[in-house]
Design a protein around this ligand. Structure first.
Ligand code: SF4
Length: 451
C-alpha cells in the first residue's frame, strides 16, 4: 500500500540520447535517478511532464539535432519542461538556453542531479543555466545502461588527457579519470542480475583506465588489470571492449583477450588517418607503422578477430596524395569494417584554425570512397568466416520478419523472428551471406542452445 501511493508522483519523464555508448550509459543512470524520485518513464514520442535530451558535441550537427529533439518534445506536450544535458550543453550552454522551449541546461557537474532542479516545472522564457568550468568536472560518476535486455554499456572511464587537434571531448568532459575496480565489478554484477548477457566497456579513452579523480594522474590500476578482474565476474557471458587507442593497446591486452573465454575477439581501434603527416597535424600519439603492427599482432594471435577502424576524411591539409595514402594503407590492412567521419570544424579546437581547408564536396567524395572500401572489407571478413562455428547472441532486434544478433567476433547474423530467441546464445555454423549483407547459418548437429 505504502509503495503504491509513494511510487508515482504522477509525473512522467522521457529521454532522448544523442551520440556515443557512454552517453547511453549515463542517460540510463539518470533515468534510474528519476525512477527513485517516483517519476514514470515513457517513450519520447509520448506526452511527458519532463523531457531530458542528452547531447553530443562530436559533429557540427550537434546543435541541429538538439533543436530537432526539443521541437519533438514540445510537439508531444507544449507545456513540458525541457532539460538539455551532455557534451553540447557543457560547451554551449547559453546558446542552448536561448533555444525556444528549453527550460534548463545543466553542465557536466550537474547532469546527474537533474531531479534536484525540478521543484518548479513552469516553463521559462529563457532556459536556466547551471554550468561550470570544465576543470571543475574532475570527479567520477559511475554509469551503466540496461535499456535493451541483451547488451549493457558499462562506463569505466571518463574524460581525456590527450590533445588531438580536432577534438572537443576534453573540453566537454574534462580530464581522464576512472571508476574504482570495486565499483566496476559491482556494476557488472548488477547488470548480470538484470539478465543482460553482454557487457560493452565504454568511456572516452578507456585504455587510459586507472587514473584517479581530482587530477590524481597516478594509475591505481591498469586497463589490463581491469579486464582480468572482470573476467572473473560470475553471470556475465561476454565482455566487449568498445574502442581503444592503438598506442594503449598493449601486447598483454591482446594476449589476454586471445585466451579469455569472456572477452570477445573484437577490437575497435581509432586510426583517423593513414598518412603520418596528417597524424602529426592531428597530434595523434602514434604513426601508421604502430597501427599496422597492432593489427598484425592481433591477427597473428586471433586470426578470426574482428577489427573496426575509425577514420576521418577531409582534415585540414589533407591533399589527394594524403587521402590515397590513407585509402591504400587501410586497403592493405586485414581489418573488418570502417566508421568513416567527415572532418567538421569545432570551435576552440586548433584544427579549426589550420590552413589547407578541404572543400566540403571533396570531403564528401572521400567519405563515400572509404564507405565503399568499408563494405568491401566487411564482405571479405564475413566470407572468411563462412563454414566456421560461432556463438550468436540474439538481440531484441526485429527487422523485416527476422531476429538479428552478433557472433562473438561481431558477425551480424539473422534468422526468422522467434521471440524465444531474444537474449539467447546459440552455437551455429555460418553458411552464406544474404542479399542484405547479414549472415545466415545452420545449426551444427547436435544443436547447442545456451539458455
Ligand atoms: S583521444 Fe583524442 S580524439 Fe579521443 S577523446 Fe581524447 S582528445 Fe578526443
Amino acid at each position: 500500500m505504502y509503495f503504491c501511493t509513494m511510487k508515482m508522483n504522477g509525473k512522467k519523464v522521457a529521454f532522448h540520447t544523442l551520440g556515443c555508448k557512454l552517453n547511453f550509459s549515463e542517460t540510463s543512470t539518470i533515468a534510474r535517478d528519476f525512477e527513485k524520485n517516483n517519476y514514470q518513464q515513457v517513450e519520447f514520442s509520448q506526452a511527458a511532464d519532463v523531457y531530458v535530451i542528452n547531447t553530443c558535441s562530436v559533429t557540427q550537427n550537434a546543435d541541429k539535432e538538439c533543436k530537432y529533439w526539443v521541437k519533438q518534445a514540445l510537439r508531444s506536450n507544449p507545456d513540458a519542461f525541457v532539460v538539455v544535458v551532455g557534451c553540447y550543453a557543457q560547451l554551449k550552454p547559453e546558446e542552448i538556453a536561448r533555444l525556444d522551449g528549453v527550460d534548463l541546461v545543466l553542465g557536466a557537474t550537474e547532469k546527474f542531479k537533474i531531479t534536484d532542479y525540478l521543484n518548479d516545472l513552469t516553463k521559462k522564457d529563457l532556459g536556466e543555466v547551471h554550468s561550470c568550468e570544465i576543470n571543475q568536472a574532475d570527479f567520477y560518476v559511475g554509469s551503466y545502461s540496461i535499456g535493451d535486455r541483451t547488451r549493457a554499456f558499462l562506463k569505466v572511464q571518463d574524460g581525456c588527457d590527450y590533445k588531438c587537434t580536432y577534438c572537443t571531448i576534453p573540453l566537454a568532459r574534462g580530464i581522464s579519470r576512472s571508476d574504482t575496480l570495486e565499483n566496476v565489478v559491482a556494476n557488472a554484477r548488477q547488470i548480470a542480475e538484470k539478465g543482460a548477457k553482454e557487457i560493452v566497456l565504454t568511456g572516452v579513452n578507456i585504455g587510459d583506465y586507472g587514473k584517479g579523480e581530482f587530477g590524481n594522474k597516478k594509475h591505481a590500476n591498469t586497463f589490463l588489470e581491469l579486464i582480468q578482474t572482470l573476467d572473473e565476474v560470475e553471470g556475465v557471458d561476454r565482455f566487449r571492449i568498445s574502442s581503444i587507442e592503438p598506442n594503449l593497446l598493449k601486447d598483454e591486452i591482446i594476449e589476454f583477450v586471445s585466451s579469455s573465454e569472456k572477452f570477445v575477439p573484437h577490437f575497435h581501434i581509432p586510426l583517423q588517418s593513414g598518412s603520418n603527416d596528417i597524424l602529426k597535424r592531428m597530434r595523434r600519439r602514434y604513426l601508421r607503422e604502430l597501427y599496422a603492427e597492432r593489427v598484425n599482432k592481433i591477427k597473428s594471435l586471433i586470426p578470426h578477430c574482428c577489427i573496426g577502424v575509425d577514420v576521418i576524411v577531409g582534415f585540414p591539409g589533407e591533399t589527394e596524395e594524403h587521402f590515397l595514402e590513407t585509402y591504400n594503407f587501410i586497403n592493405q590492412l586485414e581489418v573488418s569494417y570502417l566508421h568513416v567521419f567527415t572532418y567538421s570544424e569545432r570551435d576552440n579546437t586548433p584544427a579549426a584554425e589550420m590552413d589547407g581547408v578541404v572543400d566540403m564536396g571533396i570531403r564528401k567524395k572521400r567519405n563515400k570512397m572509404l564507405r565503399v572500401l568499408s563494405a568491401k572489407k566487411r564482405r571479405a571478413f564475413y566470407e572468411s568466416q563462412l563454414g566456421t562455428e560461432r556463438t550468436v547472441l540474439f538481440e531484441d532486434n526485429f527487422k523485416d520478419g527476422f531476429i538479428l544478433g552478433h557472433t562473438e567476433n561481431y558477425v551480424k547474423v539473422k534468422t526468422h523472428w522467434n521471440p524465444e530467441l531474444v537474449n539467447v546464445k546459440q552455437r551455429i555454423r555460418l553458411t552464406h551471406i544474404d542479399e542484405d549483407g547479414s549472415v545466415r547459418f545452420e545449426e551444427p548437429s547436435p544443436v547447442t542452445i545456451f539458455a
